[in-house]
Write a protein that binds this ligand. Structure first.
Ligand SMILES: Nc1ncnc2c1ncn2[C@@H]1O[C@H](COP(=O)(O)OP(=O)(O)OP(=O)(O)O)[C@@H](O)[C@H]1O
Ligand SMILES: [Mg+2]
Length: 247
């Protein structure tokens, strides 16, 4: 069974991406193959922020989605320290991936996928409630985070579907930070935020790193990147040469 592979995960790492390859098959274009990644290798240590760099289209979000289990991985291993075990996310069963998401693996995607009609406060509180925390305590904690991120109380009772891009992004960040898991994936969390709110996100990231969370992040803004990055992985250097498709 490909589940316990402890020996190959460095002691201080929460995640180890080893020799990962990914090729998309474009079914709408005569099954044309698009090689995106080859030999991608890096670790995410506890308490460290590893940033994925490289130009648009290099494959940064693809890496996040493979780790989160939204995309399959063609080759290599993605080892995650999950509770007392080490899980290879490349071969893990769907229910193991779901267990990892619940306990170990957080993800702040670029866009909030809000359930219709659920008020912003509950969208943020939900991960805590799922963990068995009382609704009242969870809402209190959600309110604190929304306040820090300058979402006025007027909006808390409203579903985020009609919020501005930046407001939705802040709700998404609050939801991502309300519970702490050992690994947090951040895909451009500050792309539509002003400088003040970017500062708050930098604080949240630093606090969480200080408590030992490992982070893997993509940052649109150089100031955020410089403030929190311990190391940058240039995804482009693992991108196979691609034919420039004529438009
Ligand atoms: N589901 C998919 N099917 C086919 N091709 C895909 C799919 N997802 C991504 N790609 C392709 O893979 C390449 C990498 O995409 P990805 O979104 O990972 O880039 P990125 O580095 O995150 O770019 P950006 O900085 O613009 O967000 C792109 O050429 C993209 O078109
Ligand atoms: Mg991307």
């Amino acid at each position: 069974m490909s589940y316990n592979v402890n020996n190959d995960l460095p002691e201080n790492a929460v995640l180890s991406v080893q020799n990962v390859g990914k090729t998309f098959t474009l079914h709408l274009q005569e099954s044309q193959r698009l090689p995106v990644l080859h030999g991608l290798t890096f670790d995410v240590p506890r308490g460290a922020c590893i940033v994925l760099g490289g130009e648009s289209g290099a494959g940064k979000s693809t890496v996040m989605k493979m780790i989160y289990g939204s995309y399959g991985t063609d080759s290599g291993r993605i080892l995650l320290r999950h509770q007392e075990t080490v899980m290879d996310l490349v071969t893990a069963q769907p229910r193991q991936v779901l267990a990892a998401r619940r306990e170990t693996l957080g993800y702040v995607s670029q866009f909030l996928r809000a359930v219709p009609r659920v008020p912003a406060l509950d969208v943020v509180a939900e991960p805590l409630i799922e963990r068995g925390i009382s609704r009242e305590t969870a809402r209190e904690r959600a309110g604190e985070l929304l306040t820090r991120l300058s979402i006025s109380t007027r909006l808390w009772k409203l579903p985020p579907a009609t919020f501005s891009g930046g407001e939705q992004q802040r709700v998404n960040i609050a939801r991502g930070f309300i519970i702490e898991r050992p690994l947090l994936l951040l895909d451009e969390p500050t792309a539509s935020l002003d400088a003040r709110n970017r500062g708050v996100v930098i604080e949240l990231i630093r606090e969480s790193l200080g408590r030992g969370t490992g982070m893997l992040a993509i940052f649109h803004d150089a100031d955020v990147r410089e403030a929190v990055a311990d190391m940058t992985v240039d995804v482009q250097s693992f991108t196979p040469a691609r034919e420039q498709a004529a438009a």
